[in-house]
Write a protein of this length. Sequence first.
Length: 125
Amino acid sequence: MTLNKALIALAMGLALAACSNTQQADSSAQEAATAANEAQEAAANAAATGDAMATDAAQAAADTAASAADAAATSADAAAAAGDMTAADDAADAAENMADSAEQAKDAAEEAAASADAKTNNDGQ
């Protein structure tokens, strides 16, 4: 009886970990998408100033953020479809790394926009 309970607990723990990986990956993909949207807004704000160099830099950073967001979404899909916990964990980690990359690209876009004295995006969207 104790062995059965231990096996059930182990199975539940594995299921919870797999669910956690999927949720982590989905959250990371959402964070990356938000960062990409904010980066694009910064690029638009830079363009509104008429400063071509700042606009080009901000747009390049926004494009990088969008690529990272796409990669995060792909990793989230991979985490959901993973056949084992290791693959799900790796995919969730990849999604988190891409979210970090998108955030860094967003920061670069905002800094480029700020160099042109562009309107600051303070709404977090």
